[in-house]
Design a protein around this ligand. Sequence first.
Ligand code: CTP
Length: 420
Amino acid sequence: MRIILGVGGGIAAYKVASLLRLFTEAGHDVTVIPTEAATRFVGTATWEALSGKPVSNSVFDDVEKVNHVRLGHEADLIVVAPATADLLAKAATGQAGDLLTNTLLMAHGPVLFAPAMHSEMWQHPATRANVETLRSRGATVLEPAVGRLTGADSGPGRLPEPEVIFDAALALAGAAAVPSAGNAPGPLAGRTVTITAGGTREALDPVRFLGNRSSGKQGAALAQAALDAGARVRFLAAHMDVEPPSGVELVRVESALELREAALAAAPESDVVIMAAAVADFRPAEVSDTKIKKKDDQDAPLLRLVRNPDILRELVEQRGSAAVGGKHSSQLIVGFAAETGDADGDVLEHARAKLARKGCDLLVVNHVGIGRVFGQDETSVVILSGHGAGPQSAAGSKADVAAAVIDRIGAELERVSPAG
Ligand code: CTP
């Protein structure tokens, strides 16, 4: 997708570098247009390096390419962040003094503004009127986040987090973001499926982490199977040994806490959430800002760990506490369990207990030993249902197992909320 990222002159411009990263890592072609004031906060070189393209805010650069007309025409999506009070006013009154405002006037695709300013400016009747005008013309103006502002004050006016803007932008561009997403024929046509995959990494210091053996292959296979079934796929990837399939809306995360934030944000817009990621149950209690050094006169350090939140259980709780209606009321939540039998019970007994504990709708159970499932291409699973249906087995390549899981999800969805 071709995205224009307009950057306004506010301190929050530095956060937009992360937003740019999210767009480019998801495979989008981004042209950055900072305003003159924006370049006082973050220089042109940063935008050029991160986007891999030349950056200008002047209508008089590359005049032969007629950029002031072409960029807006060709963009599939325009995102303005931070949208300052000044930029909102210029856009609402149709001013065209620089390349960004020209581009906004020439927009053919959806336009998203992510405001950031002091609370009084946001609440001022002039800004309220400008926001209303822009919304009435079809633009999306996000609500700013509430919290600490640049000075000692706090209130509404913080730039929404880059992940929130990213999700909103892709949701706005909808099917245009991924041409086949949600539009291809198939049992999951029109459905949005969020899949987490890979293994989280829990930082100890800037160079070390606690990780696990998850390769992300099963999650990638599930994403491909969901795309093949016609779904729009949001793919939240922790560390993976394989590339995510093309066609997904990709969000990269590192730690369990980052994955939690991305999953809870994506879930409300999802018909299905599949937790295939191997989430670390514990993280180091302290993360050192600098590399931990060995010292001859000191014992080896002791690591103290703290529990990570259980994301799967929180997703189930979030669904339960959401207002009835929307995607939540019929949302399907699927967990994965890597189990070994032990003195307290066999694999299936442990799995049934886990299904009850987590409260999800389906639990896909693997039997794990080192080298037995992690990283291997062949696998076998049992799918347990929380709604009384008997267990179902599937075996073969990870693609075969993924197709069986997606089939079963399609059947469950059809039962709780028939398509069309
Ligand atoms: N999971 C999660 N958050 C965690 C740990 C696990 O959402 N902090 C999810 C996994 O993505 C998977 C399911 O929960 O879908 C089961 O993961 P597993 O590691 O088998 O379960 P645990 O809760 O860690 O159970 P236990 O340690 O008791 O085996």
